[in-house]
Write a protein of this length. Structure first.
Length: 209
């Protein structure tokens, strides 16, 4: 089980402050990159993440139009893992191959209403991560939708124990346990992490679940 704090903001100062706060607490951080096309709002640009991260592993979640075109910039900022929404990809297999050839771990993300069949079945086992949104992608602070539980179970049936399954959106102590029971292994936490004054204590409490 892994807990990954998430950063979704259009404010570069906020992004840098949060990155600084979790160094030495969590091994991974996920930063959401939204271009204003996939959904109406827009976040920080990748250039904000060029600074030294002090050993923190960086995952970029691309909620953008044609995410394959962003892979070169992800590589330039030393992204460890790139995860992209499939809904605005021209070719899912091409995205996977390009990202793999650039030396990054690769994940594919499905929005709340996107069926698991959107990803070719033979590709599932080649991924490092499948990310399931438990809310509509692109906005923080939404409530968890339990319909994601059936999707977790379905994908676990396809891939067995070969690939990590992540869940993102509205997670808290109660629904993390429910997602874990269905086979999820990576949990992305935004509001339920950052709203606590002692982040190290909060991280350990979530891990202990």
């Amino acid at each position: 089980m892994e807990i990954i704090p998430t950063i979704l903001t259009k404010d570069p100062i906020e992004a840098r402050e949060k990155l600084g706060k979790i160094r030495g607490i969590a091994p991974w951080v996920q930063v959401d990159i939204i271009d204003g096309i996939f959904v109406p709002n827009k976040t920080i640009g990748l250039e904000v993440l060029e600074e030294e991260r002090g050993g923190l592993k960086l995952e970029i979640h691309l909620m953008v139009s044609q995410p394959a075109g962003w892979l070169g910039r992800c590589q330039q900022i030393l992204t460890d893992r790139v995860v992209a929404q499939v809904e605005m990809m021209n070719n899912i297999n091409d995205f996977f191959l390009k990202a793999t050839n650039l030396g990054m771990e690769v994940g594919l993300a499905l929005d709340l209403e996107t069926p698991v069949e959107k990803i070719p079945q033979d590709l599932y086992s080649q991924l490092d991560l499948v990310l399931l949104m438990a809310v509509k992608a692109g906005q923080g602070g939404q409530n968890f939708d339990p319909k994601v539980l059936e999707k977790i179970k379905k994908i676990r049936g396809i891939i067995g124990d070969l690939v990590e399954i992540g869940v993102d959106g509205g997670l808290n102590e109660e629904n993390i346990v429910k997602c874990k029971k269905e086979g999820a292994t990576v949990f992305y936490v935004g509001k339920a992490f950052w709203e606590y004054p002692d982040l190290e204590e909060r991280y350990q409490k979530l891990i202990n679940l």
